[in-house]
Design a protein around this ligand. Structure first.
Ligand SMILES: Nc1ncnc2c1ncn2[C@@H]1O[C@H](COP(=O)(O)OP(=O)(O)O)[C@@H](O)[C@H]1O
Ligand SMILES: [Mg+2]
Length: 259
């Protein structure tokens, strides 16, 4: 049974004057239990729209999304979401931020503590538990945000450009940490990024969306076990293929505009 099933999802927005803006033309995608899938594509093609629909944060115009057997009708504890900005509560310590969801969910105290120590360790945040977000670097705040989501033990994790706001070296470290956690926990992940190298480094499969209104332009299966080397010939080859396919899409878009 696929863990995330996206069936013929379409999305039409309205612009400020009430004219329809077709963002997603039609997407069918099954993401298997435990699979790590990245969505890439040109800016404005509908990546975030698709992720928000899967997250239950906004409604598709037509089509269905299922997590296992359950249709997505709104946000749920089964679905963990991480955005570019960790948006931690600035007035709470890292510990209180990370525990917050479990407090709301009334998870027993000893279980909260057990999971907290596990994730503080996993996200390399030991020693920073009692600091406030403003006392941490951007990369550490993002790690705390990821811990806050994963600690809730969601069935699926959705991430929208989660590392875009951090510097290059931190980004590489965060990618490696994410791979390590995924190898350990084998949770289903849907990851949105505009960074092709990031997508091929992390994923079991990369989905390229066409320019808006988006359809799946192409899929790339990344048959390479972890840990991976960024300079692996196979990864470099797939990344350049994706870049070439994106520019082909863009050429078609330009032609459309010319017509
Ligand atoms: N709330 C909205 N109202 C109208 N148009 C929107 C809205 N959100 C996104 N769009 C449009 O839908 C398209 C896809 O946006 P988005 O999903 O954010 O793309 P991406 O994440 O791939 O950059 C864009 O053309 C964007 O301008
Ligand atoms: Mg986006």
């Amino acid at each position: 049974m696929p863990n995330i099933s996206i069936k013929d999802v379409k999305k039409v927005y309205e612009d400020a004057s009430g004219n329809p803006v077709e963002a997603i033309k039609g997407i069918d995608l099954n993401i298997e239990d435990g699979e790590f899938v990245s969505i890439v594509g040109p800016s404005g093609c509908g990546k975030s729209t698709l992720l928000e629909i899967v997250a239950g944060l906004q409604r598709q115009t037509s089509g269905d999304v299922f997590i296992g057997d359950n249709p997505v009708t709104g946000t749920s504890r089964d679905i963990g979401v991480v955005f570019q900005d960790a948006s931690l509560f600035p007035w709470k310590t890292i510990r209180r931020n990370i525990l917050y969801g479990m407090e709301v969910a009334k998870v027993p105290r000893d279980e909260q503590e057990r999971r907290f120590s596990q994730y503080i360790e996993l996200m390399n945040l030991k020693g920073f538990e009692d600091k406030y977000p403003s006392q941490l670097s951007g990369g550490m705040r993002q790690r705390a945000g990821i811990a806050r989501t994963l600690i809730m033990n969601p069935k699926v994790t959705l991430m929208d450009e989660p590392f875009s706001a951090v510097d290059h070296l931190t980004r590489c470290t965060l990618q490696e940490e994410l791979v390590r956690i995924h190898q350990k926990e084998k949770k289903t992940v849907l990851f949105v990024t505009h960074d092709i190298n990031e997508a091929v480094f992390l994923s079991d499969r990369v989905i390229l969306l066409s320019p808006r209104p988006s359809v799946i332009q192409r899929e790339y299966k990344i048959n390479l076990p972890h840990p991976r080397s960024r300079s692996d010939d196979y990864l470099v080859h797939i990344a350049s293929k994706i870049v070439a396919d994106i520019s082909r899409g863009a050429v078609e878009l330009d032609n459309d505009y010319i017509i």
